[in-house]
Design a binder for this molecule. Structure first.
Ligand SMILES: *Cc1c(COP(=O)(O)O)cnc(C)c1O
Length: 209
């Protein structure tokens, strides 16, 4: 299948999953993850109108940045504090904020380039040792601390669920994420707008929706 055919297929599945759960297609963002993918293939995607792209490495965003126009980059992978300076002016959103130290550096660097960064709080939903993110019960506190930083806007939550060949097994994690998302949203904290719940991967996005 071509990339265009693949995306059409994914769109059908997104629409079906949305309808099944009483949601609207336009409330779901299809973020094309382009790590390890070369520029010509990425252009096939952006030319179809999918211009929100996810990368998990700072270096890879930097090397692709000048090669592509009209793209909104999302950093979805772990971010080291000493690398924030390289992407503060390049990415639309950082999905992987899991400490106040990292948030403070993001706020500082964004202040220097005169912008505000949209961020998500990363949660280690299954308590996996090899994964980044804060435990579920620490996320609200961290979100509130991050919201006090001047050049940050808290826009939601992110998690990378455990890999499971049967994605239905991850529903319990998606439910817990959603519960917390709704709970924080209902409290209407200053500078916390719960709008994004970033969780889906290629093998589980239908269950996630
Ligand atoms: C690679 C990656 C994805 C996408 O995973 P696929 O299974 O390739 O869709 C999602 N989130 C993060 C953090 C990733 O690094």
């Amino acid at each position: 299948m071509s990339i265009a055919e693949n995306i059409a297929e994914i769109n059908k599945k997104i629409t079906a999953a949305a309808e099944k759960s009483g949601r609207k297609r336009e409330d779901i963002l299809l973020l094309a993850v382009t790590k390890t993918i070369d520029i010509p293939r990425i252009k096939e995607v952006t030319e179809l109108g999918y211009t929100e792209l996810g990368e998990n490495k700072v270096q890879e965003i930097m090397s692709k940045y000048d090669e592509l126009d009209g793209v909104q980059w999302h950093l979805i992978g772990h971010l080291q504090t000493n690398k924030v300076k390289y992407i503060a002016d390049k990415v639309k959103m950082i999905h992987s904020v899991d400490s106040l130290k990292l948030g403070t550096e993001i706020s500082k660097r964004c202040g220097q380039c005169g912008r505000i960064m949209d961020i998500l709080v990363e949660i280690n939903i299954a308590g996996e040792e090899a994964k980044h993110g804060v435990p579920l019960d620490m996320a609200e506190k961290l979100a509130c601390e991050l919201a006090k930083l001047e050049n940050i806007r808290v826009r939601g939550l992110m998690t990378v669920a455990p890999y499971d060949p049967e994605p239905e097994n991850n529903r319990k994690y998606f439910k817990n994420m959603y519960k917390l998302f709704i709970d924080i949203k209902s409290k209407r904290y200053d500078n916390i707008n719960m709008e994004y719940l970033s969780m889906g991967m290629t093998n589980d996005y239908e269950a996630q929706i």
